[in-house]
Write a protein that binds this ligand. Structure first.
Ligand SMILES: CCCCCCC[C@@H](O)CC(=O)SCCNC(=O)CCNC(=O)[C@H](O)C(C)(C)COP(=O)(O)OP(=O)(O)OC[C@H]1O[C@@H](n2cnc3c(N)ncnc32)[C@H](O)[C@@H]1OP(=O)(O)O
Length: 596
């Protein structure tokens, strides 16, 4: 017989089961006794609503156990007199090893009709009774360095149930009680767990549908509780739900949450709370915390970030659909068979166009209406006066085709350019394993926000532009953008109305909506990859551009390129006007595969 086949025995163990005259309690008592435990069968013998008292219920179960050759004594005390219940065990058997707090009554009424007496009685029996019995057994268990305690909760507590305000509250209270008993007993091998049973009993009769009621046999739950009470079970502080021959662990989880103020000197406003409410309530990144220390530890981390000042973070989720939509947004087409790899998820070389990864950084900045405006106190900053000025993107590690990135960012530099202010933001994006994948640096040109007496030049760490080499370009690639290019591109996330709404464009000083700077950047990256990397995105290292003039959807872009080692210098020109729209730009490749 292998150790896993060996019967779990409770010889020499003394178990107290409260409310053991019927239902679940009776099954626990019978099973533990059958497996060698000496059992105190506690039952006051009242009705299911707590009225009356009779010794009959406990006596019958004791008789059943004895007839089967087991050892048991009856105890008729109310669990509120916990010390007397435990005293019965000490007197009869000299010790107490297992306590199953199972006794309970129901006084179901809607909240409005629940009297104080209904409230008190239910809470007294379930919550106070479990407390009193546990408190009485605890020192004995600690002294012998062995104890197993079960609290009985209920889905009515966890999820609520109409007409059970008193019962729900008591049942959730038992979860809290178990949490702390588990902590206080752990050092002395006194372990405490919670059972969340759904069983047909005199308490659930008439509440559950017949078909369910018939399958919810208390007998099917007893082995789960017996195992939790066995010395081989090391669970402590677990909540185990069980019914109908099925069991699972239940966890509380906590979401990632959202920071409600950018820095320690800021206050929290109801408006800010409203703005970030979807992040507050987002449970997609919810986690179970094992201890209260983890909860406060995380708060300390949040405070540290606030102390650093104005660091913001957000998640960016993507899969092949976003990659394909982005590729279409920057003009990729199956007309060019080499670009199939950017447009068809089943292509054997399916991969992201590297410039897709400007999005997590940009969208992070756009998620906080305060980031740029806080860098320029007293200046008007909104979609009517911000233009994308410059962009640096560096791919640090292998890019996935789907996943969730955590992006963190903060303002890195602010410059006073007279006609406007330039706010430089650095962001970093990490994958689920904390691997840094992408670095972005964006400069936002805030038109008309200059002349505030700030410095003009960038600090070290702002990626400088590189003037194009003198002489004719080595190569050029030309693309015609679509009249609806901005409409398509904005579906990748940048919904700035400047790119679609004629009124907004007028407000910003343009006759018609203009194309996203990052869309023009995407076209330019495609041009370089096609010219010098055989469209192999894994050769891409970094790109830096300045948006030096606006582009209108439908215009033709010509990307002029100069290859110098593995650096491709480039500029992008609108063919119809001859105006440069991307200047001083370069794209670094890991190696080149020049087209002949
Ligand atoms: C909230 C989250 C962030 C939001 C991000 C944005 C989201 C997007 O939806 C927005 C967009 O995509 S907008 C579209 C793309 N961008 C553009 O079209 C801007 C094009 N550029 C221009 O029009 C001018 O360069 C212009 C208007 C920018 C500057 O022109 P001028 O005022 O004439 O300036 P100029 O006299 O040429 O130079 C003055 C000083 O400013 C520096 N500078 C110029 N262009 C810059 C630019 N693009 N970026 C950064 N700095 C720039 C010059 O170098 C000069 O400084 P210095 O005297 O020190 O040399």
């Amino acid at each position: 017989m292998s150790s896993s086949d060996r019967k779990l025995r409770f010889d020499n163990r003394v178990a107290v089961v409260t409310g053991a005259g019927a239902g679940l309690g009776r099954e626990y008592a019978l099973l533990l006794a059958e497996r060698g435990a000496k059992v105190v069968v506690n039952d006051l013998g009242g009705s299911h609503s707590g009225e009356g008292a009779s010794q009959r219920a406990a006596d019958i179960v004791v008789e059943e156990i004895r007839r089967a050759g087991g050892e048991a004594v009856a105890d008729y005390n109310s669990v509120i007199d916990g010390a007397m219940v435990i005293e019965t065990a000490l007197k009869a058997f000299g010790r107490v090893d297992i306590l199953i707090n199972n006794a309970g009554i129901l006084r179901d009424r809607s909240l409005a009709k629940t009297s104080e007496q209904d409230w008190n009685l239910v809470n007294d029996v379930h919550l106070k009774g479990s407390f009193k019995c546990t408190q009485a057994a605890f020192p004995h268990m600690k002294a012998q360095r062995y104890g197993r305690i079960i609290m009985t909760s209920s889905n009515s507590g966890i999820y609520g149930n109409f007409g059970q305000a008193n019962y729900s509250a008591a049942k959730m209270g038992l979860v809290g009680l178990a949490n702390t008993v588990a902590i206080e007993g752990a050092r002395n091998n006194v372990l405490c767990n919670v059972i969340i049973p759904t069983a047909a009993s005199r308490m659930t009769e008439g509440i559950l549908p017949d078909i369910l009621f018939n399958e919810l046999k208390p007998k099917l739950i007893a082995p789960v509780v017996a195992y939790l009470c066995h010395e081989s079970c090391q669970d402590n502080g677990s909540y185990i739900e069980s019914a109908a021959g099925w069991a699972t662990k239940v966890h509380t989880v906590r979401g990632k949450g959202a920071v409600l103020r950018p820095s320690l000197i800021d206050t929290v406003t109801p408006e800010y709370v409203k703005n970030v409410w979807s992040n507050v309530t987002d449970m997609s990144k919810a986690k179970h915390l094992n201890a209260i220390g983890e909860a406060s530890g995380y708060l300390l981390e949040v405070l540290e970030k606030m102390k650093e000042g104005d660091t913001i973070e957000d998640y960016f989720e993507f899969d092949n659909k976003q990659l394909i939509l982005y590729a279409l947004g920057i003009g990729a087409s199956v007309k060019n068979t080499e670009e199939m790899r950017f447009l068809y998820e089943n292509d054997s070389n399916f991969a992201p166009i590297p410039s897709f990864f400007v999005l997590p950084g940009l969208l992070l900045q756009m998620s906080s209406d305060k980031l740029i405006s806080k860098a320029l106190p007293g200046k008007q900053v909104d979609f009517s006066n911000i233009l994308h000025g410059e962009q640096y993107l560096e791919i640090v590690d292998e890019l996935p085709t789907s996943g969730t990135l955590l992006t963190t960012g903060k303002v890195f530099d602010v410059m006073d350019k007279g006609s406007g202010a330039v706010v430089v933001t650095n962001t970093e994006s990490f994958d689920e394993n904390g691997r840094l994948l992408v670095r972005n640096q964006s400069s936002t040109f805030v038109v008309g926000a200059g002349k505030f007496g700030g410095k003009k030049d960038p600090i070290a760490g702002v990626f400088p532009l590189q003037p194009n080499p003198k002489g004719e370009p080595d190569a050029f690639v030309q693309y015609v953008t679509n009249y609806d290019q901005a409409v398509l591109y904005r579906l990748s996330g940048d919904r700035n109305p400047l790119h679609i709404d004629p009124q907004m464009a007028l407000l910003a000083g343009f006759k018609t909506p203009i194309l996203h700077g990052l869309c023009t950047l995407g076209y330019s990256v495609r041009a370089v990859l096609s010219q010098y990397a055989e469209n192999n995105p894994t050769l891409f290292k970094a790109v830096k551009v300045r948006f030096s003039g606006p582009v209108l959807p439908g215009q033709t872009l010509r990307v002029d390129m100069w290859l110098r080692g593995t650096r491709v210098h480039f500029r992008t020109v609108v063919v119809e006007t001859g105006k440069e729209v991307i200047s001083g730009a370069y794209l670094d490749l890991k190696s080149t595969k020049a087209k002949l």
